[in-house]
Design a binder for this molecule. Structure first.
Ligand SMILES: [Zn+2]
Length: 208
């Protein structure tokens, strides 16, 4: 589900969305290739986390997203903490939440965790129906209303907390060759003596 860039621009105009947020939305939508509701909520989450952390988008930041749905792209685009540069971890719990922290030398880093607050999103009935996957939600007729409620609500559907993020230790590793596929992998990724792809269900089959 999505709306066009033009429709989104019009809704941001109608709702008097702040210019900073509009820029984040445009960048995120361009990267994501369309504008799902979760991406927009993600933008507000990142914006709030940055503010509470006292950080700017160009600071070197680390992030955890507890959902793989849409929100990680807002994190990647706005903060440049990406899956590829290992500064964004996705730790799927299903909670719609992101955490940002700065680089830390110790085992813990001061961070800000932002999440969709069930008690607050309640105040936005259509958005809440969509968020809770309520069968009463009407995909066609209620679509624009969700976007309207996201833009009206902004950070008002969110809560945040100060947290201490446990900094993952960099694993020491050696290169080993999987005896089945003969490709090289880090030793800590071996499972029962083979690479995980050979050990478990493959995500592909060889073409004939
Ligand atoms: Zn293998």
């Amino acid at each position: 589900m999505s709306i066009s860039f033009q429709e989104l621009e019009a809704l941001m105009e109608q709702n008097g969305t702040e210019e900073r947020i509009r820029q984040y939305v445009r960048q995120s939508v361009r990267f994501h290739s369309f504008a799902p509701p979760g991406l927009l909520i993600g933008v507000f989450m990142v914006d709030l986390a940055l503010e509470k952390l006292g950080a700017k988008p160009n600071d070197k930041l680390y992030a955890v997203a507890e959902t793989s749905k849409c929100a990680p792209d807002a994190v990647q685009v706005i903060t440049h903490a990406t899956v590829g540069n290992h500064r964004l971890r996705i730790m799927e719990s299903g909670r719609f939440s992101i955490t940002l922290n700065r680089l830390a030398s110790g085992k813990e880093a001061e961070g800000i965790r932002v999440y969709v607050d069930a008690a607050k999103i309640n105040a936005y009935p259509i958005l809440n129906q969509w968020y809770t996957n309520d069968p009463a939600f009407k995909h066609l007729t209620d679509r624009d209303m969700i976007y309207d409620e996201i833009l009206q609500g902004g950070r008002n559907i969110l809560s945040w907390e100060s947290v201490r993020v446990l900094v993952p230790r960099k694993a020491q590793w050696e290169a080993v060759t999987c005896p089945v596929c003969c490709e090289i992998v880090p030793d800590y990724l071996l499972k029962n003596g083979t690479c995980v792809t050979c050990a478990a269900t493959k995500y592909y089959k060889k073409s004939p």
